[in-house]
Design a protein. Structure first.
Length: 145
């Protein structure tokens, strides 16, 4: 499969982007409190479903970035619009997955009811993000041989 080749050839891209996405919520929350890292990791372990889904999202995002750079250099049978559509899907997945974790940041932009909705259904939004990233990888031909 092309995704496996991409991960073998571009492991640094995958690892760096997965770590960055994983730590991004705590970095954003750091703008509002100096205890952001402690709060983020405590919340991560107190809600194992959300934590597991978010870890999966981070790893899948890393795989997508690796595939993106692999396709950019070696893609023989893919079209440029497939790459941009896949990157758009990954961006959508990133936004849907991060927003529930960044409540303190987005609370200034959204009404209270929207903030409560995002908090309550955070695992559902993260699962939708995972599906969007999976579709993006499919669109980029990651599951082709």
């Amino acid at each position: 499969m092309r995704i496996v080749k991409a991960l073998k050839e571009k492991p640094v891209h995958a690892l760096a982007s997965a770590i960055f996405i994983f730590l991004l919520p705590s970095l954003i929350q750091r703008l509002s409190t100096s205890l952001a890292f402690e709060i983020w990791f405590k919340t991560f372990f107190e809600k194992p479903l959300s934590g597991t889904l978010y870890l999966m999202l981070s790893l899948l995002f890393g795989a997508f970035i690796s595939l993106y750079f692999y396709n950019r250099n070696k893609c023989i049978d893919c079209k440029k619009k497939d790459i941009s559509a896949g990157f758009g899907g990954a961006t959508l997945g990133f936004v849907l997955g991060i927003c529930p974790a960044c409540i303190s940041f987005i609370a200034f932009l959204l009404p209270l009811s929207a903030t409560i909705l995002l908090t309550t259904y955070a695992p559902v939004f993260t699962l939708l993000s995972i599906l969007a990233l999976g579709f993006s990888i499919h669109k980029l031909g990651g599951f082709k041989k």
